[in-house]
Design a binder for this molecule. Structure first.
Ligand code: FAD
Length: 462
């Protein structure tokens, strides 16, 4: 019986957040995802920053980011996901920027209110608090309420929570057709599967335009590529951003950032991608990031270990568009999920659920909700960890790799995302072969059968 209350297309952060909210209610829901695992679309290529400032303040993306920021704390607590609260320093290294700081601070205070305090900081504070910041830093604005989240763990936690509470997931199948009837919506996948539902949510991220096309709606995205440079260790205690007088409405301009694992990040930049698969990193990207962020630090930059790119779907109005289909109020499109949609995802999901409810979806809270079983990690619990350490850079044990496979990661990329293995300074040079061997053993196959990310992305030659 393939009949559902709600079908969600896309298991990125917005689709998963929507599933998580709906899974608190007595509903039959299914999430259809083209990739073999959740979170492999735009949601894998971001910086994991829980943002506060997104200009213009009147935009939906700005308001929803601030709402989502506040909601993120409870969600991470419920799911056992790490969220480290921090602040951002907007640093002036030029005298005219320094003179503008009090006006910028006033503007920020007026718009951010009490939830996100704003303070002016002088040179002495910066020397003391951020010893790795350039001597050329003259002053700064400090904005509180930012965060960095364990983004992959959040993705997998939302999936596991939703599945534990009855949501079904269909991985590795792409929706290719949608038929809107009077009392049902029919969805067809590329594996010839037919699903029917009362309601449909398009959470297709970068491909949400194509899904909108299937329902007779139209939108065109600009493809905003952003490159991020990864360092072996974090370089500052806070997020650091250079001061600008004229912000670009299409980007927050990037920052010196860090991950919950303690790695440093610089970026992202913004330029137009050639197509949706264009995640190449070019020399000019590295140069742009190095020229922008290098001068903000003293000489201790750490070692750059990787660069990666993601693509933002930027709609014409340069804002989120969360809307009913023109054909039916039983279909909700989540469009234009550019940055900071990861931050805003709890607020986006809340809006989607309320739109579905306004169109007749009955929301009866479940009497009992099952918790997500947190992923056991030796680095979080050194005393309680089991097994040999396979990835020394990220401190991942053999047992964690086996657990990732048991929880559904059947590819090398999935195991890496879920455990953090192979993502440290040696980038898997030391442990990759061992990880592939353990995956094969856990799956009961030969190593030649293990792929990087499904399909024919073989790792070992037969
Ligand atoms: C470089 C960069 C840095 C960023 N940094 C941040 C940050 O620090 N903080 C922040 O808040 N935001 C950030 N963002 C933005 C954030 O990553 C995205 O807004 C967010 O991940 C979008 O999530 P999504 O669920 O809408 O899309 P996606 O993650 O792309 O999910 C959509 C899913 O739908 C699936 N799909 C598509 N079509 C179909 C179909 N026909 N059938 C089945 N499945 C389908 C895809 O496979 C995909 O998994 C950044 C973005 C980039 C590019």
């Amino acid at each position: 019986m393939n009949r559902y209350d709600v079908i969600i297309i896309g298991a990125g952060i917005t689709g998963l957040m929507t599933a998580y909210k709906l899974a608190h209610h007595d509903l039959k829901i299914i999430v259809v995802e083209a990739n073999p695992e959740p979170g492999w679309g735009v949601s894998k290529g971001h910086a994991a920053v829980v943002h506060v400032v997104q200009l213009p303040f009147s935009s939906k993306k700005s308001k929803m980011a601030r709402e989502g920021n506040k909601m993120m704390e409870d969600i991470c607590r419920e799911l056992g996901v790490r969220l480290e609260r921090t602040s951002t320093l907007i640093v002036a290294t030029k005298i005219h920027h320094l003179l503008a700081l009090p006006f910028m601070a006033l503007y920020l205070r007026l718009n951010l209110g009490r939830d996100f305090p704003v303070k002016l900081r002088g040179r002495r504070y910066l020397r003391h608090e951020e010893p790795n910041l350039t001597e050329r830093a003259l002053g700064a604005i400090e904005i509180y309420g930012y965060g960095v989240v364990d983004s992959f763990d959040l993705i997998y936690a939302l999936y596991e929570f939703s599945a534990a509470n009855g949501a079904e997931f269909l991985f590795g199948e792409r929706v290719i057709d949608v038929e809107i009837g009077n009392d049902e919506i029919k969805v067809k996948t590329d594996k010839d599967r037919l699903l029917t539902s009362n309601f449909l949510v398009n959470a297709g991220g970068l491909w949400a335009d194509e899904i909108a096309g299937l329902t007779g709606d139209e939108i065109t995205f600009e493809l905003g590529k952003g490159v991020i440079l990864v360092f072996d260790r974090r370089q500052t205690k806070r997020l650091i951003s250079p001061a600008y007088l004229k912000p670009d409405p299409k980007t927050k301009g990037g920052a010196i950032m860090f991950t919950v694992e303690g790695r440093g990040l610089w970026g992202p930049n913004l330029r137009t991608a050639k197509n949706k698969e264009d995640v190449t990193v070019e020399e000019e990207d590295i140069k742009a990031l190095t020229d922008k962020f290098g001068p903000l630090l003293k000489e201790d930059l750490g070692i750059s270990i990787k660069a990666y790119a993601g693509i933002r779907p930027i709609p014409p109005e340069n804002d989120f568009r969360i809307t009913y289909s023109s054909r039916s109020r039983r279909i909700v499109h989540i469009l234009g999920t550019e940055s900071p949609a990861y931050t805003a995802s709890p607020a986006i999901a809340e809006k989607v659920v309320s739109m579905l409810a306004s169109s007749g979806l009955r929301l009866v809270p479940k009497k009992k909700v099952f918790p997500r079983e947190p992923f056991p990690r030796i680095r979080d619990n050194p005393e309680g960890g089991k097994g040999e350490i396979v990835c020394l850079c990220s401190m991942v044990t053999e047992e964690e790799i086996r657990e990732a496979v048991r929880r559904g990661s059947k590819t090398l990329q999935g195991v890496m995302f879920r455990t953090g293995a192979g993502m440290g300074i040696c980038q898997g040079g030391r442990c990759m072969a061992e990880i592939v061997r353990i995956i094969a053993e856990e799956l009961g196959t030969d190593v030649e059968e293990v792929t990087l990310r499904g399909g024919n992305t073989w790792i070992v030659r037969k």
